[in-house]
Design a protein around this ligand. Structure first.
Ligand SMILES: Nc1ncnc2c1ncn2[C@@H]1O[C@H](COP(=O)(O)OP(=O)(O)O)[C@@H](O)[C@H]1O
Ligand SMILES: [Mg+2]
Length: 237
């Protein structure tokens, strides 16, 4: 059974439907990539799945329960947490305060301080900077913090919106290694990426979104082998 099942999802900004009839599923333990050019509707899709935007039509089920129309906070408690595009850490707050905020909405009853210590162990760079304002961190460190903050809610499914955007190649590599490590630890991942090749290297399956619709989907291996994908859908030369 799928951990996440999305059917016929339609999301509009005023009269304009940015996402039209999108269907996708994620099985427990998978890494699924969502690819597509700028403006294709990827962020809108993730925000509607996590209850941050209302859907005009469609169904979202998580862990066997319908979650369409539920408030975002409840969806986090059920075990689905989004790392938003652009990281959005609280710049004036310390690393530790950012983590505390991430732990404020929790699924499990486990002690927040223990999860924080797990995060500081997983991200030594954050441990070293725990009393520093988040705004003083590098872009890569802020992305690590955004991921750690999301993990504080103890999700089963982590959704990431362009985690590698704007980061240096070496840092991108570290972020992708981290995603693989998180999956190894049992997390399920739905990742929006413009870094197509790297995403397909770590993903099991992928969906390509074009103009608000699923234009292509398949195993990462098949999509990697297809030369049509970049030319047709991703807006690259
Ligand atoms: N807040 C908004 N108001 C109106 N239109 C929006 C808004 N956010 C995004 N859009 C439009 O919806 C479409 C999909 O955007 P988005 O989901 O952000 O794409 P992606 O994440 O794939 O780059 C784009 O045409 C974009 O201009
Ligand atoms: Mg986006």
């Amino acid at each position: 059974m799928s951990l996440l099942e999305v059917e016929d999802l339609t999301v509009a900004y005023g009269p304009i439907a940015a996402v039209r009839g999108v269907g996708l599923s994620v099985a427990a333990g998978e890494i699924v990539a969502v690819l597509g050019a700028n403006g294709a509707g990827k962020s809108t899709t993730l925000q509607a799945i996590t209850g941050l935007l209302p859907a005009r039509r469609g169904r979202v089920a998580f862990d066997g329960q319908p979650v369409s129309g539920r408030p975002a906070e409840q969806i986090v408690r059920l075990g689905m947490t989004l790392v938003p595009e652009g990281r959005r850490v609280f710049a004036a707050m310390t690393v530790e305060e950012n983590l505390r905020i991430g732990g404020a909405i929790r699924r499990g009853r486990a002690d927040a301080a223990r999860t924080r210590d797990e995060m500081l162990a997983l991200f030594p760079i954050l441990a070293a900077r725990r009393h520093q304002a988040a705004g003083t961190l590098s872009g890569g460190e802020q992305q690590m913090l955004a991921i750690a903050r999301a993990l504080m809610s103890q999700p089963k499914l982590l959704l990431l919106d362009e985690p590698s955007l704007g980061l240096a190649p070496q840092v991108v590599e570290a972020i992708f290694d981290l995603l693989v490590e998180l999956r190894r630890r049992g997390l399920t991942l739905l990742v929006v990426e413009q870094n197509v090749h790297m995403a397909l290297e770590i993903a099991d399956r992928a969906y390509v979104i074009a103009h608000g619709e699923v234009a292509m989907s398949g195993t990462a291996r098949d999509l990697l082998a297809s030369d049509e994908i970049e030319r047709a859908y991703l807006g690259h030369a």
